[in-house]
Write a protein that binds this ligand. Structure first.
Ligand SMILES: NC(=O)c1ccc[n+]([C@@H]2O[C@H](COP(=O)([O-])OP(=O)(O)OC[C@H]3O[C@@H](n4cnc5c(N)ncnc54)[C@H](O)[C@@H]3O)[C@@H](O)[C@H]2O)c1
Length: 265
């Protein structure tokens, strides 16, 4: 049985909220009247953004998404401050290491799996009791256009985003019985601190880094607030991701491989 919410405004829990896309999402939802939880491994950064959102509109704290115990305490604190509701869990925190696969230390490959995949899974598992008690609750996972086709110099990062895709699809079908929607947002390259790591790689140079965090936040907003009955699970951000995604659905895989290789040259 779902408990009624004690507070009128919807509430979103954002991971990786201290900077980039997470920050832009937190700011947009707060501007539009939502209560926002800002959580990040960079606790002072999350606190600073929360402070700028005005008193009573946000709660913030430190959270390493790969740590299950940290999720438990962050969610409990959020639940109390949000008026006992968790309308949207935005699994946004992510990390990336670029370079030739063999040159990137194994510990960095492991870290990408721990944050981008295990962090998301731990978040959903930990948040389930709260989501279940909030009518029409949703999870939004941050995927990436690198999940359309695996990318050289980003192979493990791409693999983590393919995992985001599969996990989102499976859990969305599974949690339909609880009325909990699970979606993924797919940006191509975005101008954030993360872009400093990949601006030298060939595909970023070929395609350019065109999107802003605000572009992604706008898609997250539409995904979270759409009232369309015939809903979609995957939300592309920007023309490039949309065209690439559509093209790979119809092109033979040899052609897709050739095009990706050309972009990554
Ligand atoms: N920038 C891009 O081009 C791009 C494109 C597609 C998808 N994405 C995805 O968008 C998301 C946000 O990326 P961004 O570009 O805003 O990067 P960013 O580096 O600006 O922000 C990432 C935030 O996550 C936080 N973080 C890192 N590890 C964490 C952990 N273990 N626990 C909690 N927080 C942690 C960081 O402190 C930082 O505040 C990521 O999932 C990323 O993979 C980014």
């Amino acid at each position: 049985m779902r408990a009624a919410s004690t507070q009128g405004r919807p509430a979103i829990f954002v991971t990786g909220a201290a900077s980039g896309i997470g920050r832009a999402c937190a700011e947009l939802f707060a501007r539009r009247g939502w209560f926002v939880g800002l959580y990040d491994i960079n606790a002072p950064g999350a606190d600073a953004v929360a402070a700028s959102l005005g008193q009573g509109n946000a709660v913030s704290g430190g959270l390493d998404v790969s740590d299950p115990a940290a999720w438990q305490s962050a969610l409990a604190a959020f639940w109390e401050r949000s008026g006992n509701r968790l309308d949207v869990l935005l699994n946004n925190a992510g990390i990336l290491s670029t370079g030739s696969f063999e040159a990137v230390p194994l510990s960095r490959h492991d870290a990408m799996l721990a944050v981008n995949v295990r962090g998301m899974i731990t978040g959903c598992h930990s948040a389930f009791p709260y989501l279940q008690r909030t009518p029409r609750a949703q999870v939004i996972n941050m995927a990436s256009a690198t999940a359309i086709y695996g990318q050289p110099e980003l192979a493990t990062y791409s693999a983590t985003k393919f995992a985001v895709r599969g996990f989102t699809e499976g859990l969305d079908l599974e949690w339909n019985r609880f009325g909990i929607r699970v979606s993924a947002v797919w940006p191509s390259f975005v101008r954030t601190a993360m872009a400093d790591d990949f601006r030298h790689i060939s595909s970023a140079r070929s395609l350019g880094i065109r999107l802003t965090p605000a572009d992604v936040a706008s898609t997250v907003w539409t995904c979270a607030t759409t009232t369309r009955r015939l809903r979609k699970t995957h939300w592309m951000v920007g023309l490039q991701a949309a065209v690439l995604s559509l093209a790979t659905r119809f092109a033979p895989s040899a052609l897709t491989r050739w095009v990706v290789r050309l972009i990554a040259k």
